[in-house]
Write a protein that binds this ligand. Structure first.
Ligand SMILES: Nc1ncnc2c1ncn2[C@@H]1O[C@H](COP(=O)(O)OP(=O)(O)OP(=O)(O)O)[C@@H](O)[C@H]1O
Ligand SMILES: [Mg+2]
Length: 238
């Protein structure tokens, strides 16, 4: 039984130039859970994910992942230790096909058989990608691109997934599909830190949730608990 959280962020401060954007953020994510982070535009959600995955350096504070301090570690080593980040806007290799993008996700692996099995499994999770296997990613719909981004991240066999606004810009049916898939991936054991504007759906699938306002955590609790909190209802579920 692993009782330590897989990810622990403590008193994190991050600035762009002189402007402090995260002002003492602490949060933790348990093995196998879905933790949701909600907050208004500009609150610092993407900044927090960028800092966890090593794209940004903290000014102060600590980030431990799987028992090791990663706050000063370069991004490629954080990725290698099993933290996969699906950024806002998806960032696919637009000129590569779906298949090639998936292969890029596995570029650090050399277990040919495992890679083939994982790809086959992900094409079952995302049947649409099987239909679009040879299509150039830049020509996919937004929802299809989101699927490729998630599947590509999973091809690295991460221990944890950071998802930044996976439902952004998608049609309602596609939003439901993406959330359903997040739930399914979590059901298979994947730990997920989910940043979302769609607070209602994100809180429904969350084990635990945090609200971030102006670079600081203002509320935390179980997903159901926060869904019933009048402050959350007024500000994010209106
Ligand atoms: N590269 C940057 N340089 C300077 N300021 C930045 C930079 N990136 C973000 N910021 C600022 O930091 C603050 C937090 O931005 P961040 O992208 O983390 O917000 P967010 O919560 O993800 O918002 P959204 O919901 O709109 O994606 C904002 O005020 C933003 O303008
Ligand atoms: Mg953002």
């Amino acid at each position: 039984m692993n009782v330590q959280p897989i990810l622990q962020v403590t008193n994190l401060h991050v600035s762009y130039d002189q402007i402090e954007v995260l002002r003492g953020v602490s949060l933790s994510v348990d093995h196998g859970s879905i933790v949701t982070l909600i907050g208004a535009n500009g609150a610092g959600k993407s900044t927090l994910l960028r800092c966890i995955s090593g794209i940004l350096r903290p000014k102060m504070g600590s980030i431990t992942f799987a028992g090791a301090e990663i706050g000063e570690r370069p991004a490629h080593l954080i990725a290698r230790s099993g933290l996969a980040h699906v950024p806002e806007g998806r960032r696919l290799f637009a000129k590569l096909t779906v298949d090639e993008n998936l292969r890029m996700g596995a570029f650090r692996r050399n277990d040919r058989r495992g890679i083939d099995n994982d790809r086959e499994h992900l094409l079952e999770v995302f049947p649409r990608l099987r239909e679009r296997f040879r299509q150039v990613s830049g020509t996919l719909s937004g929802g299809e691109q989101q699927m490729v981004a998630m599947a590509r991240a999973l091809m690295s066999r991460p221990r944890m997934l950071l998802l930044d606004e996976p439902s952004m810009g998608l049609s309602p049916i596609m939003v439901d599909f993406v959330f359903e898939t997040i739930r399914k991936i979590n059901g298979e054991g994947m730990t997920i830190l989910l940043v979302e504007q769609n607070a209602s759906l994100a809180l429904q699938i969350a084990t635990n949730a945090y609200v971030i306002e102006n670079g600081a955590i203002s509320l935390e609790g179980s997903g159901v608990h926060l869904m019933d909190d009048p402050r959350v209802r007024e500000a994010y579920l209106g």
